[in-house]
Design a protein around this ligand. Sequence first.
Ligand code: GAP
Length: 513
Amino acid sequence: MANQDDKFKRVISHAKEYGYVFQSSEIYDGLSAVYDYAQNGVELKKNIRDYWWRAMVQMNDNIVGLDAAIFMHPTTWKASGHVDAFNDPLIDNKDSKKRYRADVLVEDYCLKIEAKIEKEVKKAHKRFGEAFDKAEFLSTNPRVLGYQEKIDSILSRLGKSLENEDLVDVKTLIEELGIADPLTGSKNWTDVKQFNLMFGTKLGASAESAMDLHLRPETAQGIFVNFLNVQKTGRMKLPFGIAQTGKAFRNEIVARQFIFRMREFEQMEMQFFIKPGTQGEWFKHWKATRMKWHLSLGLGDDNYRFHDHDKLAHYADAATDIEFKFPFGFKELEGIHSRTDFDLKAHEEHSGKKLQYFDHEENKSYTPYVLETSIGLDRMFLAIFSNSLVEEELDNNTTRTVLRLPAVLAPFKAAVLPLVKKDGLPEVAKQIVEDLKWDFNVAYDEKDAVGRRYRRQDANGTPFCITVDHEGLEDNTVTIRHRDTMEQKRVKIKDLREIIKKEVDVRSWLMKI
Ligand code: GAP
């Protein structure tokens, strides 16, 4: 655990030191769970968004984009269920005065049991060596089975209590498990209460005529209310999708874990409208397709898993999370929900407008069902950034910090470095930057010894360093150094564009999906 904490602290400080993420309004001591993306962060974030957009919109001729407003008519949130049911169960500790999400306290307790299972696996792996069969061990070892049974029974009871709004039982569960305030160890808890997560604001100039609004807590509703507009103007036939990226706002009770849980964040959502009855096959399709998208980035197949929901949201008939192994354990990264016709029907009811699709083949109108994929852009950023940051032991007994970002997403694709600041080398280096910047983000760096500049670019995640030296002045060559292998090759200046393109071109990455 201490190790995980250390790793996570390193991630946060590296993100600040290298211009990726800053605390919002830092000079005023910051604003809790609100962050700003700095000069490198904004590039990485844009590249992740683009990678998602290309995979979802550009590569699918039956998916189109949308950019709906953040402000929506207040009835939207009544229809969607957010006014009545977008609550989290909160609990306060009377001694420390700290506030927690009751369900997260229980889930964290289960994570500790899960850590015990992982410990048993590691021990057994050491004992049995090569012959170790993890799957068999997990399904037969009595101690592991006991731990798993305990986790299952706790989570199933939590799920039932939340579903039945039995908040008294949630508190009883916390007390029975002996869960203490993680900061102080106190077990002096208040009752569990529900807390609505939407932020309120006002539209209008005068106090009397102002209208109460909410900042949208998800982008999805902008898609639902525009369903018929897009379907008609785009002459879309089922099945088809509408994709959108944009800000969402939630007044999270517990804002911890850096950009994992924020109060202002960005979502990338896609609603796929389908014929009722086909949701089972589309659910499978999008589960597989979204997982392939994740795996294409090469962060390690073992770092992902599905978590199928037992407890379903009020709108869903099936749901799964794609979980990622963050520095603090496996947590939700993306949700895939079969939302039935809940949203379109609810908006029909509340608006009095028909939101139906006329099926020419069947010669009838009906309300489509919806399959949703929803991923947090900031969470994806954290997954990539934390996974990429490594301390590497080198052969000469030194270490280097390297940010092994997938090359397609790296903020800068190359840095051009004159070996020394004289003899015409800076001029050649600057000319290379001028030529390459039509195609890629390229940095120029002439400060410090070249070894230190390499380390700086490694830590910044730049896949290539191009060094201009005296030898190259003679024959129009440079050396190109690869961030991950540290291998250097002498190449012709005129070939640089193709060499870089080969590794960073989005096409070759998307082809893995
Ligand atoms: N339209 C469905 C929906 O909003 P959700 O599971 O509440 O579903 C979808 O959110 C995704 O949005 C999550 O998987 C997560 O990646 C991201 N997300 C949700 N709340 C977040 C927060 N407070 N901070 C950062 N990302 C968040």
